[in-house]
Structure formats: C-alpha cells, structure tokens
Design a protein around this ligand. Structure first.
Ligand SMILES: *Cc1c(COP(=O)(O)O)cnc(C)c1O
Length: 386
C-alpha cells in the first residue's frame, strides 16, 4: 500500500539533523554566527550583494516592501494567482494592492496589462514567479523604469530558477527578491524567509526592520551616544529574526539545493512524458527564456473537464493523492471582497483557478511514488469520464 502522497514536503537528511544538533549545543541559538553565515552563502548562491533572513517569507515580504518605501495610500501592482501573503504584506503598510490579470499558460502576471493600471499612486510592482516559472522580467523592468517604480520579486516558488541565464535572487531586474523556507518550498528552515538585494540603502533598512527599527551603529545615531549601552530606535520595526537553529538547517539545506531542483526537474520530465498530449488536461510550460525550478506541477483541465474539477479533485484525494489548488484568486477571499475588489476583475485568473490542480512534486518522491501518481491520475480520469 502506498500511503498518502502530499503535494509537497521537505527533504531532511542526517547532515541537516547534525547541523541543528550542533547549534543546540553551542553558545548561541539565536543572534549568533549561523545567521550571517547563512546570509553570506545565500547571497553567494544567488549572485546578489546582500541577503537578510527573516522568520518567514511573509515577514520578508513585509520588510522588502517597507525597505523600497511603500507606505500608506500608495498602490502596488501584483497578481491574483498567488498566496495571500503577497498582497497582505502591502496591506500591513496600508498600501493598496492592484491586481493584474495573468497569462493563461504560465499563470504569471501578464506584463502587457500592467501599464493600463498604473496611476499617480503606483510605487511598486510585485511579480510572483508562479510555480517556479520566472515572469518576463525584462518587460516588467522596462515598464518600472519608465514610470519610476520599484520592483520586489516574490520568488517564494523560484529559488534555483533562472531568467535568461541569470539566477532568480540576483536582483538583476529588481530592487529586491523574496524567498520562503517553508517546508513545501525548495529548501526549508521550518519557517523562514529572506530578502536579497544589491542596494546598500535597502540592506540597512531590512536589518533594522527585522529588529524593532533599532540600530547600534554609532555613525547612524540621530542623538548623542550616551554610553556603551546606547542604541536607538528610529522607526517602528518588528522582531522578525530567524534563529541560529533555523539558519544552521538552512546552510545545510542550501548545499543540496541544486540537487533538489534537478530532482524536481527529473520528476517533471517523467510526468511530462506520461501526460503529453493527454485528452484531459494541459501540462506546465517552460518558456525559452526560463529555467523553471518547479515548486509546483500545476495541471490545467481542458474545456470538457473544467466543470468536473471538484469531483476530480475529490477522487484524487480519496486515492491518497495530496493534490492542492494554487490559487484561489486573492481578491476572491471574503476579506478582500469587503474591500473594493469584485469577482470578474481578472477573468483569465478566475478561469485559471477553475482549471488548476497541483499534482504532488517534491525531491523525496520515489520512482514508485511518481508512477503511482501517473497511474492514479489516468485511472481516475477514465473513471470520471465513463
Ligand atoms: C509561501 C509563500 C509566501 C509566504 O511564505 P511563508 O514563509 O509561508 O510566510 C509568500 N508568497 C508566496 C507566493 C508563497 O508561495
């Protein structure tokens, strides 16, 4: 019997366990040396100048939006096909999300629709590399430059991905890039996140935002230093720190990242071969410019099957496949509906939601697991369409 296969989960080995154990026996379990070590290695991996780690991807988004200067009554442009955190993090700063419709095949923000929604309030564009497929960053950067807007990439799905040969996280086309280290993502620290940037001013703000808006650096003091105990709080920040326990796990996981992505791509190759030209659903695409890191394997039901999604989803769940749906368009949630967002505003995204199901995909999947998914999916469609 094959037991329940989730849509995603972590891969932890003995090296990871040892790394965590070592920190537990060391002097510092938080605010110690493992955090800066993880940051240095993450920045190196991504070809960026700086990395600042946080206690979640959500707090990393909050910090990144703050650091690029997003504030009350500003607007920021993003996609409805994302986790709610992408939009919520802007609401934390009392800014207003403007949702742009998506491309039907990648599920990514449709860059050609951005310009029409830019207003005098717009400050920021937040592209989300859905499922690990990079957005068309050259186009997005061209628009941002023309209108003087910042760009923060929500790359929570896209650690290890590349756009036109450059690593996502290198910030070649953005001011900052955000990752999450939740267990379903490419590498994990339990909970955790990071912001990558090449800009000194953003880096300084991120460090302070993570630590209550406090600085201990004398050259930054506004008032006179009153003694060696002295520190200053200069704006309202949070305790968004990552522990050294988590950072040690992150360092150990990062060593395996390329292998994880290769394994994900290998599983996708097997899926694609089995599912190519099937009559039931479309499989994910990888555009010429993209190196896809496949956080998810989102299938899209064809016309004849999209009205049966609920039934198909439930049948798969009953057969021990932990399928999931990514995502309910953000503005369809009750909280957003009581703001000023209305059903129908992003028709392609709503259609995407009606069709999409994510099949299980994670590096620890065995060949047996992969074959079980393929068989179960085919059997189920035959059953559902008899
Ligand atoms: C996971 C995720 C987040 C939030 O990350 P957490 O670490 O869970 O806070 C934000 N955006 C997207 C697209 C995500 O997938």
């Amino acid at each position: 019997m094959i037991k329940y296969i989730p849509y995603g989960k972590q891969y932890i080995d003995q090296d990871d366990i040892k790394a965590v154990e070592e920190v537990l026996k060391a002097d510092f379990i938080t605010q110690g040396p493992k955090v800066p070590e993880f940051e240095k290695k993450l920045a190196e991996y991504c070809d960026a100048k700086y990395a600042v780690v946080f206690n979640s991807g959500t707090s990393a988004l909050h910090a990144a939006y703050f650091a690029v200067g997003l504030k009350e009554d500003d607007e920021f442009i993003t996609t409805p096909i994302t986790f709610v955190a992408t939009a919520n993090a802007g609401l934390f700063l009392r800014a207003k999300p403007i949702f742009i419709d998506v491309e039907a095949n990648t599920g990514n923000i449709d860059a050609s629709k951005i310009e029409g929604k830019i207003s005098s309030q717009t400050k920021l564009i937040v592209p989300v590399h859905y499922a690990g497929h990079p957005c068309d960053m050259e186009k997005i950067k061209e628009i941002a430059d023309r209108y003087g807007l910042s760009i923060v990439e929500d790359a929570c799905h896209a650690l290890g991905a590349k756009y036109k040969g450059s690593k996502i996280g290198s910030c070649k086309y953005s001011d900052a890039t955000v990752f999450s280290f939740h267990p379903v993502k490419h590498i994990t620290t339990g909970e955790g996140g990071a912001v990558l940037t090449n800009r000194d001013d953003i880096y300084e703000k991120l460090l302070m935002f993570r630590n209550h808006g406090v600085t201990k650096e004398e050259e930054k003091f506004v008032k006179m230093k009153e003694g060696d105990w002295y520190y200053e709080m200069q704006f309202l920040g949070f305790n968004y720190r990552m522990t050294d326990i988590q950072a040690a796990l992150g360092i150990s996981q990062l060593k395996k990242l390329d292998k994880f992505v290769e394994r994900r791509r290998k599983i996708v190759e097997i899926y694609n071969k089995a599912f190519d030209y099937n009559p039931y659903f479309d499989i994910p695409v990888e555009k010429d410019y993209a190196y896809h890191s496949y956080h998810l394997y989102p299938i899209r039901l064809k016309n004849n099957y999209k009205d049966k999604k609920k039934e198909i989803f439930q049948l798969l769940r009953r057969k021990e496949l932990g399928v999931q749906v990514h995502y309910i368009p953000v503005y369809m949630h009750p909280y957003y509906q009581q703001l000023e967002y209305r059903e129908g505003e992003s028709p392609v995204a709503e259609e995407f939601y009606k069709r999409e199901i994510s099949l299980p995909l994670y590096p620890a999947m065995t060949e047996e697991n992969v074959n079980f998914v393929i068989e179960t999916v085919f059997n189920m469609f035959k059953e559902a369409t008899k």
